[in-house]
Design a protein around this ligand. Structure first.
Ligand code: SF4
Length: 367
C-alpha cells in the first residue's frame, strides 16, 4: 500500500522527533514516487545535518587487488576469473609489497585489499598479505577481507572463523570490509551469489569481528533482483547488529553496476537502480539506521554527480580517493580509478559544505 502525502509527512515528522522507523514503514518509503521522494530526502538531509553537521569526509586510500582468481561465480561479479582465463592474474609477495610501498609513498592512511577466493588460499595466505602490507606501509590502516573471505580461510585451514579473525588481527588487520553482504535475504542470495555464505553466517562473522574489537563497514548491494521488502529486511538486520555491538563505522550503499555481469546478461537482474531508487536508498538508510553516524556515497558506483546528490539525501562521506580499483571497472563502471580530493572539494563546496580528510574510523585529520 502506498502512503498518502499527509501520511508521509506524518511519518517523517515522527522520525525527526525520534520515532524509530519500522521495517514496514521503510518498505513504504522505499516505494515512494513523485514529490514525496524529495520530502524523504529533505528529512534525511536534516537528520544528517544534526548528526554529522556540514562536514563531508573522505579517506586517502589505496586498493590492492591481489588476485582475480575465485572459486565462486557470483552472478553480479564481472571481476572474478577462473584458472586458465587469459586475463586472470595473481600477484605474489613481490608485487603486493611493491604496491604497498607505493601506497606508503603516496601517504595513504588506509590500504584495502580486494581479491577473489583463490583456489589455493588459506588463512595463512591472508595473514602473509597483511604482514607484507604492514611491513611496507607501517602507517597505513589495513581495511581488508570480508566475512566471505574469513569463512573461506577458515574452511581451507580447518579452523574456526573466530580463530581466523584473531590471526588476521594479530597480522595487522585494522577493520573488516562489510562487503559480501549483498542482500541479507537468503532467497535473493540463492539467485545472485549461491556459493556465498548465507545470511546467518555473515551476521555471525560480523558479530565475532566486532566482539574482537575489529570494526567493520556495513554495505548493501541493490538494484538487481531484490524487492523493497528485501532492502528493508537488510537494513533491519544491520540496525539490530549495531544495537548490539556498535561496531559498524558506516553504511555504504553500493548501487549494482550491471553491464558486464552474468546476472544481467542472463536476464536475472534489472539494469541497476534508477536515480529515484538511489536517492531513496540513501535517504531511507539515514532515516532508518538511527544508530549509524555515517553514510557513505560511493562515487565509484554512483558516478560523481549522483554521489553529490546523495550528499543531499543523507550521506556525509565520499569514501576513498581509491588509487587502484578494478571491481567496478570490470563490471562496467567508468571513472573508477582515482578521485582527486580537489575534485571532491569542488563537489562538496558546491553544496556549501566542507570537505575534511578522515581516518578509517572517522577521526578528522589536518589537511
Ligand atoms: S563477488 Fe567475490 S566471491 Fe563472488 S565471484 Fe566475485 S570475487 Fe568471487
Amino acid at each position: 500500500m502506498m502512503v498518502t502525502a499527509p501520511q508521509l509527512r506524518q511519518v517523517l515528522d515522527d522520525v525527526l522527533a525520534g520515532h524509530r522507523l519500522t521495517e514496514e514503514e521503510a518498505v513504504r518509503l522505499l516505494k515512494t514516487r513523485g514529490r514525496g521522494v524529495w520530502e524523504i530526502a529533505a528529512a534525511a538531509d536534516e537528520l544528517r545535518e544534526r548528526k554529522a553537521g556540514d562536514v563531508v569526509t573522505y579517506v586517502r586510500n589505496q586498493n590492492i587487488n591481489v588476485t582475480s582468481l575465485c572459486v565462486n561465480a557470483c552472478g553480479f561479479c564481472g571481476f572474478s576469473r577462473k584458472p586458465g582465463d587469459a586475463d586472470a592474474y595473481h600477484h605474489g609477495e613481490a608485487v603486493v609489497r611493491e604496491k604497498a610501498r607505493t601506497a606508503h609513498e603516496r601517504n595513504v592512511t588506509e590500504v584495502c585489499t580486494v581479491s577473489g577466493l583463490h583456489p589455493e588460499f588459506d588463512a595463512q595466505s591472508y595473514i602473509d598479505i597483511y604482514s607484507w602490507i604492514r611491513d611496507e606501509a607501517p602507517r597505513a590502516h589495513i581495511h581488508a577481507s570480508n566475512p566471505m573471505e574469513v569463512a573461506y580461510a577458515a574452511r581451507q585451514s580447518g579452523i574456526s572463523t573466530r580463530e581466523v579473525l584473531a590471526a588476521m588481527q594479530a597480522a595487522g588487520l585494522g577493520t573488516l570490509c562489510g562487503t559480501a553482504a549483498e542482500i541479507l535475504v537468503d532467497d535473493v542470495r540463492k539467485v545472485i551469489c549461491p556459493e556465498k555464505i548465507d545470511t546467518a553466517a555473515w551476521v555471525r562473522i560480523i558479530r565475532e569481528a566486532h566482539g574482537l574489537g575489529i570494526r567493520s563497514t556495513a554495505t548493501i548491494m541493490y538494484g538487481h533482483c531484490e524487492s523493497e521488502a528485501d532492502r528493508a529486511r537488510h537494513l533491519a538486520i544491520l540496525r539490530d547488529i549495531q544495537d548490539e555491538t556498535g561496531g559498524f563505522t558506516e553504511f555504504v550503499p553500493l548501487s549494482f553496476v550491471h553491464p558486464n555481469t552474468p546476472l544481467y546478461r542472463a536476464g536475472l537482474a534489472r539494469p541497476g537502480a534508477t536515480g529515484r531508487e538511489d536517492l531513496l536508498m540513501f535517504a531511507v538508510a539515514r532515516l532508518f539506521l538511527d544508530n549509524f553516524d555515517h553514510i557513505q556515497a560511493s562515487w565509484v558506483k554512483l558516478g560523481t554527480k549522483m554521489a553529490q546528490v546523495a550528499l543531499l539525501a543523507g550521506a556525509d562521506d565520499l569514501g576513498g580517493t581509491m588509487f587502484e580499483e578494478s571491481i567496478s571497472r570490470e563490471a562496467g563502471a567508468r571513472d573508477t580509478d582515482y578521485l582527486d580530493p580537489a575534485e571532491m572539494r569542488r563537489m562538496v563546496g558546491d553544496l556549501g559544505r566542507t570537505l575534511r580528510q578522515r581516518t578509517t574510523t572517522y577521526s578528522i585529520l589536518q589537511d
